[in-house]
Ligand binder design. Sequence first.
Ligand code: C2E
Ligand code: MG
Ligand code: MG
Length: 562
Amino acid sequence: MHDKTILIADNSVINRMQMGGILASEYNILEADNGRDALDIMNEHGADGIDVVLLDLHMPGQTGFDVLAEKQANPAIADIPVIVITADSVTAAEVRALDAGASDFLIKPIEPEIMRRRIHLVINARELEEQRMLEEAAWITDHDDLTGLYTRKAFLREMQDMIDVNPSNEYMIAVWDFENFKTFNELFGTTLGDRMLITAAHCMGEHVAGSGVYGRLGNDNFAFCIEVGQADVEAIMEAISGGIKALLAQSNIDFTPSLVTGVYLVDDNGVEASVMLDRAMMARNTVKGDYDHHIAFYNTELTERMLEEQDIINNMEHALDNGEFHVQLQPVHDIVTGRPVSAEALVRWHRPGHGVVSPGVFVPLFEENGFISKMDHDIWEQVCQILANRRDEGLPEIPISVNLSRRSIFDSSLYDEIVALVEKYDVKPSLFRIEITESSYTENMGLVISMVTRLRDYGFTVLMDDFGSGYSSFNAFSDIPVNILKADMVFMQNLERNPRVASIFTSIVNMAHSLDIPVIAEGVETKEQFEFLRSVGCDYAQGYYCARPMDLEAFTAHVDEH
Ligand code: C2E
Ligand code: MG
Ligand code: MG
């Protein structure tokens, strides 16, 4: 058995013997004495089973041209190289044969040495071509179409290789992306968005090539891995940002992109590459959406925190079914009379083995994964039940407000859900109040305005929560038709420390009053704060000074006492 196989297709047995005799010492020989057989043999052995076909052009029945045509039309065998054998010295026939897909030709009588060389050349050419195609295919799967950088998979492999070659060196992995790349695409179009990515890739390459590996993980996510001390992550990120700014300047856009980076300083070179990448990403997540910090380093606390978060997420559905989310009520007191006039419903998770868990621990996670809408629905239902029970027991009416997550306000079913609940319990909509936190307003003001208007038209009272805690307070307040303003507790916290806070707070109360909107001050903890609020005409106070959040029984007693 030889490595390579040649099919000789010739109707003359003498020709076949002659050629076979020359080639048998080097190749396996297959023979066909007509065109039909030649095609059948090719089909049987396939493109990998035959290395060259020597094809006589003049055979009875199917001629060599017919064979060529049928072979070319069949993808399974089209790649098999064919050398045609002709007695004609007429160039036209040779040209036709080459056009029809033959690789080369030989003229009878056959010169053994020439035949051998042509066969070698044809086989080598095919092998080279295959090699090239394999390389090209590998390049394509390893590289991203748009930027030409390594794909995620290839980056991880190359990074692992780099570390494995010199495991005693210290490495660092940085993962970065754009803050709000989506918005940018929407504002300026994907063409420019793509050019930004290409420019970013190019800049990163310029600074990392030679000292490390880098790639595009997908969308606007990039990563690089360098040896510690070889380059400075912050300088690299500055350079990338500068490159993009320059690109945008060409389109007359004055914009400095904000790049968010997470870095993992590899403390254990034995950790899998993908885990290293995850750690860098975990670090990056801590600075996403943060105006002041754009770069963060991984530490082990992040893993612990992630595990805790995972634990919460794994248990949330069960907790809801098990009725572990309870409402606490915090009274809101009238500043003039000192009496409780309304309340805020605040969720508490009575988690077996963990005690009472505060919303600060789980609400942000539920907002991220969408579970908040289910949990909030449960809380709203509990509030409706409380209101309905008070009515049935003939207790005085007292409105209770619920918190609406930033996410729920953009949920189209929100309105129907709330309306269905108050109808189910036959609760007066004016007693069911809705707090919308200030940070919801930044995203889509138009939608928020129409939602608030609809809720108000039905008869609900809408409160603007956490006023003054964000960047957009005044814009939002002037555009959104809320009924009540809740001033964030930062005002009370800074009242004594900073004398300007008192005058700012006073202007807020006056501004709200000029629009007939009452003000609730949050976080009132001391008598001094309460007296200050009274002196500036603030309407209501909520805070530990008046009452802490409490369970229903304590709340009923508290209202009753006053
Ligand atoms: P928020 O709506 O601004 O609620 C006021 C927070 O201030 C509550 O924290 C309350 O316990 C606390 N507080 C009240 N008086 C004082 C005081 O005098 N001093 C201090 N330092 N704090 C005071 P809590 O209950 O931990 O809730 C935190 C946040 O979680 C809430 O802020 C709200 O945004 C969110 N949240 C609470 N319950 C729910 C809920 O059922 N659904 C949703 N979506 N979010 C909720
Ligand atoms: Mg609130
Ligand atoms: Mg608040």
